[in-house]
Design a protein around this ligand. Structure first.
Ligand code: NAP
Length: 258
């Protein structure tokens, strides 16, 4: 726990985190006098950064267990601030909140859109991206995350520079090199990386946000094609308030858990 102690009787708010927005949201909610953020992290990253308020780590054990956890902890609102590709926990959060009768705020950062000069190919999902990759380039930057690299294990015709925060586990493409690094990445560094490693295709998920978008700008400048994976569908329905920014999420929580 970091920051000031919450006031007695402050309303507990569960933040499903693991993202830059989750961390910023926890700080903003901790600064609200009547609220007590509890951030939940999956525990995938070996050394997550500091988070304001309380933190719990690890899966809940499915949607039913999450619903029980919400009731047991008297949670007044949940904010799903997980990564747009963390589809399972988002689905579980929607189901658990519906069962427990707890309002859910879904914080979904806008996706990226191509502009003039961009050479983007959209893939429906990771297996589709792996199928398309050999036709797009011989030397790929796989900037897709540690757990997803395994989807490219069958790619033999393209050498892959796999960038991830922690080393991937599971099968990997036979011709690859690992680059362990944590964003945000600056444009000048991305440009240098693409040039030095002679990258001729960049593979990314449509994560959105600024922290990892410099690779797209560098690719456009160097006329390098980008293979970009579409987001999975996000849950929607009654009881879910969808917002696109941390400020809007704070306002929504204030309205739901005054
Ligand atoms: P996922 O496939 O949607 O979730 C798999 C399981 O991990 C969930 O069923 C849940 O286990 C547990 N889990 C996920 N997020 C959790 C959280 N915040 N708190 C507690 N348990 C959580 O998720 P993922 O893609 O593995 O991502 C895991 C975490 O990393 C997320 O919090 C996400 O924000 C962050 N992240 C993901 C990506 C990405 O590209 N997927 C990128 C950056 C950060 P139970 O069913 O046991 O509750």
């Amino acid at each position: 726990m970091t920051g000031a102690q919450p006031a007695p009787g402050a309303a507990p708010v569960l933040v499903l985190g693991g993202t830059t927005e989750g961390r910023r949201l926890a700080a903003a909610l901790a600064a609200e006098p009547g609220l007590r953020p509890i951030t939940s992290l999956a525990g995938r990253v070996a050394a997550p950064g500091a988070v304001a308020g309380d933190v719990r780590v690890g899966g809940f054990g499915g949607a039913d267990e999450l619903a029980r956890w919400l009731v047991a902890h008297g949670i007044r609102a949940v904010v799903d601030a997980t990564h747009p590709f963390a589809a399972t926990i988002s689905r579980h959060a929607a189901a658990a909140c519906a069962v427990a009768g707890v309002p859910l705020v879904a914080l979904r950062r806008p996706g990226w859109t191509a502009g003039p000069g961009d050479r983007w190919t959209w893939a429906a999902d990771l297996p589709d991206a792996a199928r398309r990759l050999p036709r797009l380039g011989r030397r790929a930057l796989l900037a897709i995350g540690r757990q997803e690299a395994r989807a490219f294990a069958g790619v033999t015709g393209t050498w892959c520079l796999i960038r991830a925060i922690d080393p991937p586990t599971g099968p990997l493409p036979p011709r690859h090199e690992l680059l362990l690094a944590r964003g945000p990445f600056a444009l000048a560094d991305e440009r240098r990386l693409l040039r030095r490693r002679a990258i001729d295709v960049v593979v990314t998920k449509d994560a959105g946000g600024d922290a990892t978008r410099a690779k797209l700008d560098a690719a456009r400048e160097l006329a390098v094609p980008v293979l970009i994976v579409r987001r999975p569908a996000a849950p929607d329905g009654p009881g879910i308030t969808t917002v696109g920014s941390v400020d809007a999420a704070v306002a929504a929580v204030r309205a739901l858990a005054p």
